[in-house]
Every structure is written in structure tokens, then in C-alpha cells.
Write a protein that binds this ligand. Structure first.
Ligand SMILES: Cc1cc2nc3c(=O)[nH]c(=O)nc-3n(C[C@H](O)[C@H](O)[C@H](O)COP(=O)(O)OP(=O)(O)OC[C@H]3O[C@@H](n4cnc5c(N)ncnc54)[C@H](O)[C@@H]3O)c2cc1C
Length: 302
């Protein structure tokens, strides 16, 4: 019996919700990627811990997935377990009039709607970012002058020894598209937010304005993973890509969007290799043209 079979046995015996040979295309906004050997959806941090502990015991690779809007999976798929938070770990718990806690798999749109319903301001800039709370913490997601770090005060996690713990305030080490979780491989379980009371109508107007700006500027009609590159010091990735003459450049069905050069889009049947080849061309040409090295924002899972 292989270790994967032993793990399957464990999941079955403990009545976990899981699928075998699950296509990752349907779980990612890029609509790219082969199959995951197992795709598991825990419904609590205890279940998340049990699954990750078991994977470690059996030396089975695992990958935690939120809403799949900042990842590029390989065409070969993932030889191991993809653990999805967004399907079942998605409860919001009120703490006080101005604070609440969200499971890692709660989508940012659900958080924004909760904030709106409760007249809480500070989340408007996150409206329209299609990820989960867990995914947003990893890269300190943000837009239009705001970031999740403006409102996230505590992150509860499972560390690499399988212990529950939390980071508070400066321990989270937020900066532009960075937090301590970008590299430490911890599993994020939940996040505590503290914000301010605001005027419901003002909050709603700001959310509508920002979603409108996204629709005007971004190629939302195509699958993508958002901005492909981080904003480099002293410039904007989209402008540098355009100046290098790359707008509309294609490799297979992967294309530098003609609407927003910062996005690589999937015009239909793009493969992971198409996207990786295009990313390499962009990085090389932009470097030749401007001397600036673009760094990928999208996380590539090989
Ligand atoms: C159309 C579009 C627009 C976008 N606009 C923006 C924008 O304006 N600003 C912005 O910052 N981003 C933007 N993004 C990118 C993306 O939505 C964000 O980075 C988002 O926060 C990713 O969340 P996710 O749940 O989809 O993460 P995923 O893509 O599922 O995962 C991203 C990374 O986080 C890790 N991860 C996820 N959950 C956990 C967890 N619970 N514990 C440990 N690790 C975890 C994954 O392993 C992976 O490495 C956009 C994407 C798209 C497609």
C-alpha cells in the first residue's frame, strides 16, 4: 500500500470530504493545471491540523489552496494533497461592535459584505480582490491605497511542528505584498480584524466605485491570476511591459493583456508552460529595456 493509499484510508475512516484526481483548472482563476492526486476540504482548524500532521507523518506533499487566484499549477498537476480552505473553512465570528474573526477560507468579498452590513469601514479597498482571507494575508493583498494589513491584527496558524500559535501586530511583518507567511510555510487558520464604524452609504459608494474601476481597467472577461508581477521600485510593471513593446504578445494561448499589460491572461487553452515561457520573455525584455528585474507575484507550484 502506498503512503497516498494509507492517507486515503485515513480520510475515509475519519469521514473527511475529499476527491481523487481532481482537476486544478476548476479551482484556479487561471483555469490552468493538471490534477491533484487528492483534494481535501477540511471544515475546521482541528481537521486542517489532522490532515497536515498525517501528510507530514507519511511524507506526502501537501499544498494549501484558498480561492486559487494567485497560483499557477503545473500541467502535470500536483502529486500529493491539495487542501482547500474555501469550500468549508469559511465562518465569520463577531467579537465586538468593531472586531471579528474569519476562518482562512472566507472570501474577501464575504468579508467586505459583512463589513458593509455592519457599517464597518477599512475593507473597501479589498472589494473585488477575488481571494480568501488566508491567501490575502500571505502577500498582504491590497489595492487603491489600502491593504489587508490596515485591518488584520492577529493571525492564528499551525506552525511547522504542528503546533497552534498566533502572530500579532508587528510579528506578522507586513510590507508591500509581503508578510511573514510568504516564506514560513505555516498554515493559516483564521484572522482577527479590527476596524472603525463608518457610514453605510459611504462604504457602499466606495465599494461600487472601486469595482467599477476594476471592470474598466482589468481584463476580467479572461481567466488570469491578476497582476503577474509585483510593483518594482521606481515604476509600474504594466508600464515597463508596454514600454518594452510586449502588449498583446502571445505564447500559445497565454497573452499579455491588451487591456492591462500587467496581466497575463489565458485566452482559452493556455498551458502552464505557455505562461512560464511568456513570463520569461517579459522579464528578459523588460530587463534589456529598463534594467529592472520584475519579480513574479503569482505563485508557481511545480
Ligand atoms: C482578477 C484578479 C484581480 C486581482 N486583484 C488583486 C489586487 O488588486 N490586489 C492583490 O493583492 N491581489 C490581487 N489579485 C491576486 C489574488 O486575488 C490575491 O493575491 C489573493 O489574496 C489570493 O488569495 P487566494 O485565496 O486566491 O490565494 P491562493 O491563490 O489560493 O493561494 C495563494 C498563496 O497563498 C497560500 N495560501 C492560501 N491560503 C492559505 C492558508 N490558509 N494557509 C497558508 N497558505 C495559504 C497558497 O498556498 C499560495 O501560496 C487578483 C487576482 C485576480 C485573478
Amino acid at each position: 500500500m502506498s503512503n497516498l493509499e494509507i492517507l486515503k484510508d485515513f480520510l475515509n475512516k475519519n469521514c473527511y470530504s475529499f476527491k481523487e484526481n481532481e482537476s486544478l483548472k476548476i479551482h484556479t482563476s487561471f483555469k490552468i493545471g493538471g490534477n491533484a492526486s487528492l483534494f481535501v476540504s477540511p471544515e475546521s482548524e482541528e481537521q486542517l491540523k489532522e490532515i497536515t500532521d498525517k501528510c507530514k507523518d507519511l511524507s506526502v506533499k501537501f499544498y494549501i489552496l484558498g480561492n486559487g487566484t494567485n497560483v499557477l499549477f503545473s500541467d502535470k498537476g500536483f502529486d500529493g494533497v491539495v487542501i482547500s480552505t474555501t469550500e468549508r473553512m469559511n465562518v465569520i465570528r463577531k467579537i465586538s461592535e468593531t472586531s471579528f474573526e474569519c476562518d482562512a477560507g472566507v472570501t474577501l468579498s464575504a468579508v467586505c459584505n459583512y463589513a458593509l452590513e455592519n457599517s464597518l469601514s477599512g475593507f473597501e479597498c479589498l472589494y473585488g480582490i477575488p481571494g480568501t482571507v488566508g491567501g490575502a494575508i500571505i502577500t498582504n493583498a491590497g489595492a487603491y491605497g489600502g491593504e489587508i494589513s490596515d485591518v488584520a491584527v492577529e493571525v492564528n496558524h499551525i506552525d511547522n511542528n504542528g503546533n497552534f500559535g498566533s502572530f500579532i501586530g508587528e510579528e506578522i511583518d507586513f510590507s508591500y505584498r509581503h508578510s511573514v507567511y510568504e516564506t514560513n510555510n505555516y498554515s493559516i487558520c483564521s484572522v482577527v480584524f479590527v476596524c472603525e464604524k463608518g457610514e453605510k452609504e459611504e462604504i457602499k459608494a466606495k465599494m461600487i466605485d472601486l469595482i467599477g474601476r476594476r471592470k474598466d481597467k482589468q481584463p476580467l472577461e479572461y481567466p488570469s491570476a491578476g497582476s503577474t508581477f509585483k510593483r518594482p521600485t521606481g515604476g509600474y510593471a504594466a508600464a515597463l511591459i508596454e514600454q518594452a513593446g510586449l502588449k498583446g504578445t502571445c505564447v500559445g494561448d497565454a497573452q499579455v493583456s491588451t487591456k492591462h499589460s500587467g496581466f497575463v491572461i489565458n485566452k482559452g487553452n493556455a498551458t502552464c508552460n505557455d505562461v512560464l515561457e511568456l513570463i520569461e520573455i517579459i522579464r528578459q525584455k523588460v530587463f534589456e529595456n529598463s534594467g529592472i528585474q520584475l519579480e513574479c507575484e503569482v505563485r508557481i507550484v511545480d
